[in-house]
Design a protein around this ligand. Structure first.
Ligand SMILES: Nc1nc2c(ncn2[C@@H]2O[C@H](COP(=O)(O)OP(=O)(O)OP(=O)(O)O)[C@@H](O)[C@H]2O)c(=O)[nH]1
Ligand SMILES: [Mg+2]
Length: 201
């Protein structure tokens, strides 16, 4: 696990399943609070990974970190308040492109991150291809497919959080343009768990 303060932030567009994932990760003892000075609620809970108990924050849904409403302002403040957090970026597998904007903005901030492709059950039903391996290769951080509603993939997410990686925006751009980037083992890599965060998939 990378050096952090023991905080995990769940970030992503509204309605992608962050809260259902949050409940699956943290169980029953979550606390709902009002973000100071606003009417925006957020939820905090705990998860234990590798005997280390971490605080998980269900950050209000946001499309961008160039905040245009209160919820987005709170999302930005929460990221700034936790500069050493691990971030779980949640995308809707049926509309990946829509979530990539805030995903890239968050990765550019230099947080160790994991990407979740949630709603894979709906993607399958609609025959939408959600290629976690390809996305992982482009972003250079682990990508996990889940269906938060059934719990599928959530245990795997718990395991992969330990392998969160800091992305390199230049490399993402180059890979998205189809250029081959030589894999570099990054700091914080737990070794070859096959997460792909080092680019070695
Ligand atoms: N079919 C399916 N539905 C899901 C899945 N995950 C979440 N949902 C449903 O999608 C809706 C939105 O889920 P939430 O967890 O509330 O989404 P959110 O990202 O927390 O949304 P905001 O709090 O508005 O940012 C709910 O009706 C969930 O039951 C999933 O994997 N599959
Ligand atoms: Mg929510």
């Amino acid at each position: 696990m990378s050096d952090n303060t023991g905080t995990i932030l769940l970030i992503g567009n509204p309605n992608v399943g962050k809260s259902v994932l949050f409940n699956r990760l943290t169980g029953a003892d979550a606390v709902v609070s009002n973000y100071p000075g606003t009417t925006v609620d957020y939820t905090m809970g705990k998860v234990t990974i590798d005997k280390k108990t971490m605080t998980v924050i269900d950050v209000p849904g946001a499309y961008s970190l160039k905040a245009r409403d209160r919820a987005e302002e709170v999302a930005v403040k929460m990221l700034r308040e936790h500069p050493r957090a691990v971030v779980i970026i949640v995308l809707d597998a049926t509309r990946i492109e829509r979530g990539l904007y805030i995903a890239l903005e968050t990765l550019e901030m230099g947080y160790p991150a994991v990407v979740v492709l949630n709603m894979t059950d709906i993607a399958k039903e609609k025959q939408i291809l959600a290629d976690a391996g390809k996305l992982q290769k482009i972003l250079g951080v682990p990508v996990v497919a889940t269906s938060a509603i059934s719990g599928e993939g959530v245990k795997n997410l718990g395991d992969v959080i330990r392998k969160a990686q800091i992305a390199n925006p230049e490399e993402i751009k180059a890979r998205a343009e189809g250029k081959e980037i030589k894999p570099v083992k990054k700091p914080g890599c737990a070794g070859c768990g096959g997460c792909g965060g080092c680019g070695g998939i």
